[in-house]
Ligand binder design. Sequence first.
Ligand SMILES: Cc1cc2nc3c(=O)[nH]c(=O)nc-3n(C[C@H](O)[C@H](O)[C@H](O)COP(=O)(O)OP(=O)(O)OC[C@H]3O[C@@H](n4cnc5c(N)ncnc54)[C@H](O)[C@@H]3O)c2cc1C
Length: 382
Amino acid sequence: MSERIGEQGKSRSILIAGAGPVGLAAALELARRGFLPRIVDDGSGPTPMEESRALGVNARTLTLLSPSGVANHILAAAQPIERFRVRSDKKILIQLDTREVKGRFSAVCALPQGSTERLLMEALSVYGISPEWQTAVVADAMSDPRKPEVTLRRTDGTSETVRPDILIGSDGAHSAVRKALGAGFPGEALEAYFYLADFRYAEPVDTHFGEISLFDPGMVGRLPVTADIIRYISTLENFESRIVHPAAIAEKTWASQFRINFRHVEPMAKGNVFLAGDAAHIHSPAGARGMNLGVEDACWLAWLIAEGREQEYSALRIPAVKQVLKQTYALTRLITMTNPLAIAARNLFAPLLLRFGPARRILLQNVAGYDTPRPPWIDWAE
Ligand SMILES: Cc1cc2nc3c(=O)[nH]c(=O)nc-3n(C[C@H](O)[C@H](O)[C@H](O)COP(=O)(O)OP(=O)(O)OC[C@H]3O[C@@H](n4cnc5c(N)ncnc54)[C@H](O)[C@@H]3O)c2cc1C
């Protein structure tokens, strides 16, 4: 589909609050269409390399980042996840080959968030744009979001008032932009905590598969981070004793714990202020959709701005957001269940169901992120 880019439209001033993966993707997609967005972040640089955070890059994100050339760089740097399996004790309940999904890319690969951000920054620098670090967006309650006004406060003590034509709030779960809009963030927090630890091994290990080991109750997931680092993620606080390490441990590179929230804002825009990524929706890491859904918001928003149709953004994104939240909620409940009868039923029926082609196909489509509307500006089949 051709893109309508009016020269006048391109001169609109755009401020992006937050240079995480979502803000960077928005900036890049705008820049390659001829816009010159300004992107600011209150941090001092991209996500540190040892804090891998979002790992799974799905096929839809690769499609979206193909026109900018970033997808090829991601594929060159990422660990392919060829197989994914779910086991209970020694029994394999589910085994999926991520390459079975139709299309150019396998369903998912793994790249630490810090690497993805650096690749996006590199591509952005070609257009002469770099994030302005240590620059916080501070916003009072916005009386008229059609004419956004915010203060940029730098750590050197200087500040500046800006009135962009368009303000994109990609400033994460505690978004100052969302709060300035007076928008709620309804949803729920699960009782369960998730714990994670990344281990570097003394030698390269098999990184070609992801795995969930189910216990009674609880789970430990295993995902590759790099050729010699594996991430373990669990609902059990003492999970490290359950890990079967594939080689001698060189070091624990990162550990963290977090409580799972399922929340989203509705609508995702008011006037000329737009929310994307974690600023608009948060959910569990089950299914590795968090960052991918945010990158999808960013790419749709950039396209709509270029088309002069940004007022359609919220209506187009909300159904996709709700669907992904519903799915990740169901998946999270499935892996965190504690009732012994429910656990026994899950362990019996899930493998039976996934013996059927259609069920496997649907699951793979979800992992690939192909269950949300296709980007209409990309004219090749995914
Ligand atoms: C510990 C942890 C583990 C995670 N693990 C996974 C995982 O395994 N899989 C997965 O899919 N997701 C995971 N996530 C979630 C994933 O990191 C997010 O979905 C993703 O980072 C969302 O990107 P974003 O750009 O919307 O927000 P963020 O990455 O949060 O980026 C927001 C940016 O905005 C900046 N900012 C904030 N406030 C302001 C302000 N007022 N002014 C200017 N800048 C501001 C911040 O410095 C930050 O750089 C994890 C998150 C955490 C915290």
